[in-house]
Design a protein around this ligand. Structure first.
Ligand SMILES: *Cc1c(COP(=O)(O)O)cnc(C)c1O
Length: 360
């Protein structure tokens, strides 16, 4: 029977895993996935498609991604001597880091709740994932982290900064203590850098056990899939061996290079999103029965009381609004949901739908 063959051949960790579920979102006001809600002006779209016409799709892509690399080095103020590699989204970079680990040290750690891919990919690779609970207010439990580091000697610690789904950026002092205590690598994941406007890039100079990730996804190019990993070349050289030779396609390289020349556009959009984040927060705070947390990202975490989050989530869907339900994903996230900041109209539609659901 085919089932027998499958279960004999496939790793138990994969058989036991659930596929990463992406809900069908067609027709919804989509506020579930931290996408930038704005499209490019007509003029920019035309220039972009002209650039794409230069692509020679009969040829393999530039394996070293050299032009894009040069452009990025110009716009990012990277510390002297920092090496860089690209992934098909930062998800791929997380996977590559995990694949590279020596079998002798198979513990991966992160504070939780956090970005689910750290745990998911570790589990699928049969690594031992240790999640250390955050405090109730979602601040880092430094004492618990340090104790767990001591006990578990993790090969890698992932820190999303700001954290997803809580939106806060942990205290830098605490992070430095973690970096100093870590026997292995600390990966700082700055997926929300554009909305936090602060970075731990300077730490790459100070600590040789830190690497840092960014992505273009949350900045406005989720469809492109481009993640970046920065760090000392001693680390990057090893990780780069695991990268499939042409993981960044020609169209992706051209598009990323083009948009980086127009980075002002994305930065203006990010500024608008940061402003709108404050109005959504004010809007949420004015609804009775809602608890919110401050966010330095392009989403807001909130909790409903007096009503179950599953019901509220479903009723929002009935009103054509899709946000992320976090109830049941972690004990600290009881009745919590996460809403991505959209356009003014989308935010308004969300707030008035939520208001009427909670009143009803
Ligand atoms: C969304 C997200 C990512 C994934 O980024 P991609 O580049 O789209 O793969 C990585 N880290 C965190 C913390 C995220 O929230």
């Amino acid at each position: 029977m085919i089932e027998d063959r499958v279960s004999k051949l496939i790793k138990p960790a994969i058989l036991a895993a659930k596929a990463y579920h992406v809900p069908d979102s067609s027709g919804f006001i989509k506020l579930d996935a931290m996408e930038n809600p704005y499209v490019w002006p007509e003029e920019i779209r035309r220039e972009w498609s002209e650039q794409l016409q230069q692509a020679e799709l009969n040829r393999y892509p530039d394996a070293n991604v050299s032009q894009l690399r040069t452009r990025l080095t110009e716009v990012l103020s990277l510390p002297e001597g920092t090496a860089m590699m690209f992934g098909n989204g930062s998800d791929e970079l997380i996977q590559i880091i995990l694949m590279a680990l020596n079998k002798s040290s198979n513990v991966v750690m992160a504070p939780e709740p956090t970005f689910v891919m750290y745990r998911l990919l570790s589990t699928m690779m049969e690594l031992n994932f240790v999640g250390v609970p955050l405090n109730k207010d979602f601040s880092l439990n430094l004492a618990a982290m340090l104790k767990s580091i001591e006990q578990n000697q993790p090969a890698v610690i992932f820190i999303a900064w700001p954290n997803n789904p809580t939106g806060n950026a942990f205290e830098q002092d605490s992070l430095e203590q973690i970096i100093k205590a870590a026997p292995g690598l600390v990966v700082i994941d700055e997926a929300y850098h554009a909305f936090a406007q602060k970075s731990m890039l300077p730490f790459l100079l100070e600590y040789d056990n830190v690497v840092l990730m960014r992505t273009l996804s949350k900045l406005g190019l989720a469809g492109l899939r481009l993640g970046m990993l920065f760090g000392a070349s001693s680390w990057i050289t090893e990780f780069d061996k695991l990268r499939l030779p042409y993981n960044i396609g020609t169209l992706n390289q051209l598009s990323a290079k083009f948009i980086i020349q127009n980075i002002d556009l994305l930065e203006q959009q990010a500024a608008k999103i940061r402003n709108n984040r404050e109005s959504v927060l004010t809007g949420l705070d004015s609804i009775a029965g809602i608890e919110t947390w401050l966010s330095e990202a392009n989403f807001i975490l909130f909790r409903v009381s007096g009503k179950n989050a599953n019901d509220v989530h479903n009723e929002l869907k009935e009103k054509n609004i899709l946000i992320k339900n976090l109830h049941g994903t972690h004990p600290l996230l009881e009745n919590c949901m996460r809403v991505t900041i959209g356009t003014d109209e989308e935010n308004q539609a969300f707030l008035s739908a939520l208001n009427s659901i909670l009143l009803g």
